[in-house]
Design a binder for this molecule. Structure first.
Ligand code: NAP
Length: 525
């Protein structure tokens, strides 16, 4: 496939900017030949204006029409064939098995949203009939308008140009302008071609999708500041997410930013669990910390346990396994430098000791960092919030607590996370209940006797959590509920039936499940 290195602005390629950057193979630290053009302010403006114009049309589309578009996107992604996998592997070093799975997840997300739309209940129609002293009020969900999406570096498919944020925004009925991640620009262009083909095949307006390339913060800042953008989806660093959140808040008319950012995903291991299955937990923990070279937002970065011989030998076992595991490939130089900086900052705390790793591998041919295990005390974590920063790579920090009370006090001091995990035994249930609920307050997903890496794309999934894990803990960026980030409820008071949307009409022509006078029914009124 011939790539251009250009931006895709409402169906047309565009390369007005003089600033270019290149795709880099992280396994060889080698730059590819094709220059990619960072978008200009004028291109950002054109993409958003076209999205606004497209919204005027697609806001009237039926759920069935949008569902057909989503299915078409999935088919167009598949039509890219294995060239897509090879291209992403060259740009990210993630490996073909992982990328093959991630492609299936990505197309699966589009098809799952298509099914949700066809079933129709997602419109959340609520009807309260007129009663003495109360008007007729009917509510349902509507798309918010043009959405800006920031692609992540660590999921070149599932959280990128055609990732979950894009899928949920398009499913909601919103046009999308994506800021591609500069870590995988060729992969991004392939996805842009698939989206463009789907737009054309389904007769969607060209402005429904645009993709802007950019290395540097300008493109993202222009995009978020644009007055026609109604919401923002972001996955990446705390620094980046917070900057975008602040930029959106500074606008004369602020808009919501759904940023999914750093997380250390605390894992608590009880004395009972250590006594019963220390080997298995050590094996699982090492696999989870090193999976994808640790470049997951759900990586278990903080492990809390109570002091004692069992803890001591468990930590030694994990340390040995981590130092024996090969150092994996990191996505790019920025990630490698970021990791070095984050571990370096943590090591400046005198209460941290390195058990293995802790440094970059200077003479390596590929971007990497040594598998790292660090150890500290509960008191040290409580005394310094900076020890809770994300080390985005194959790194974990043991926090050794004096006793159960020390552990509870430390859990209390934890910041918001995407997940929290407990390893415990059946005979500890009585003691562990309070701790579990304490951990619940710190995360969007609580895991029992498992590991946080690996996210199921299903209705009940919650991929979110209190700040700094996200800027919007009431929402999720994975699963079907992700669509509601890009919809808003509108209520109609005493509006005649003929003027109501079909979902709210007396006859229920869509045949969807509705809440009518507090009772769920798919019947007519
Ligand atoms: P990032 O630096 O946050 O960048 C993500 C996207 O946001 C990029 O397109 C970037 O543009 C843009 N951006 C960053 N700062 C911005 C700003 N101030 N204004 C406007 N746009 C901005 O994330 P990354 O490059 O993927 O990885 C860096 C670090 O993020 C990692 O080391 C890791 O700590 C963290 N990370 C976390 C997760 C997670 O799921 N929690 C996922 C990936 C990464 P440019 O690159 O063009 O500047």
């Amino acid at each position: 496939m011939q790539l251009t290195g250009h931006n895709y602005v409402a169906g047309a390629t565009s390369a007005e900017g003089a600033e270019t950057f290149f795709s880099v193979d992280p396994r060889r630290k080698e730059r590819a030949a094709l220059p990619f053009h960072s978008a200009t302010a004028a291109e950002v403006d054109r993409a958003v204006a076209a999205a606004g114009a497209a919204f005027d049309e697609i806001r009237h589309y039926s759920s069935a029409q949008i569902a057909a578009f989503l299915d078409e996107i999935a088919a167009q992604i598949e039509a890219l064939g294995d060239e897509l996998l090879d291209c992403a592997d060259r740009e990210t070093g993630l490996g073909l098995p992982r990328l093959t799975g991630e492609r299936a997840r990505t197309t699966g997300q589009f098809r799952a949203f298509a099914n949700l739309l066809r079933e129709g209940d997602y419109l959340r129609a609520i009807i309260n009939s007129e009663a003495p002293g109360q008007p007729s009020i009917r509510q349902m969900q509507f798309p918010v308008g043009p959405v800006a999406i920031f692609a992540a570096s660590n999921f070149p498919f599932a959280f990128a140009v055609a990732g979950g944020d894009t899928a949920s925004a398009l499913a909601a009925g919103c046009p999308v302008v994506v800021k591609a991640h500069p870590g995988h620009p060729a992969t991004s262009e392939m996805f842009a071609l698939a989206l463009k083909a789907a737009v054309e095949a389904q007769g969607y307006p060209a402005g429904s999708f645009s993709m802007l390339q950019g290395a540097g913060i300008d493109v993202g800042q222009w995009l978020v500041a644009h007055e026609a953008i109604e919401a923002v989806g972001f996955t990446g660093s705390l620094r980046g997410g917070r900057a975008i959140y602040d930029a959106a808040a500074r606008r004369p008319r602020p808009v919501p930013v759904y940023a999914e950012m750093g997380s250390v995903n605390p894992v608590v291991i009880t004395p009972g669990a250590l006594a019963a299955r220390a080997d298995d937990i050590a094996e699982g923990l090492v696999a989870s910390v090193t999976m994808g070279t640790g470049q997951f937002c759900t990586n278990p970065g903080l492990v809390l346990l109570q002091a004692g011989e069992a803890a001591q030998s468990f930590i030694a076992d994990v340390t040995e396994k981590m130092s024996a595991a090969p150092a994996g490939v990191l996505l790019n130089e920025t990630i490698a430098r970021g990791l070095e900086g984050a571990v370096g900052q943590t090591l400046r705390n005198p209460d941290i000791s390195v058990l293995t790793g802790g440094d970059a591998i200077a003479d390596s041919d590929y971007f990497c960092f040594s598998n790292t295990v660090m150890r500290t005390s509960a008191a040290a974590i409580r005394a310094d919030d900076r020890l809770q920063i994300e080390h985005f790579g194959p790194v974990t920090l043991f926090v050794v607590c004096d006793d159960a009370d020390d552990l509870r006090a430390t859990v209390d001091a934890l910041e918001g996370n995407l997940t929290s995990t407990v390893h415990a035994e059946a005979d500890e249930l009585e003691d562990i209940g309070d701790l579990l609920h304490q951990l619940r307050e710190k995360a969007g997903r609580v895991i029992w006797n498992g590991f946080p890496t690996g996210v199921a794309v299903v209705g009940a999934m919650q991929h979110g959590g209190p700040y700094p894990a996200t800027t919007a803990p009431g929402t999720t960026s994975v699963g079907m509920n992700a669509i509601y980030r890009f919809m808003r409820p509108i209520a109609f008071q005493n509006v005649p039936d003929a003027l109501l949307p079909d979902a709210l009409k007396d006859g229920n022509p869509l045949g969807i499940l509705r809440q009518v006078d507090d009772v769920y029914t798919d019947g007519a009124i």
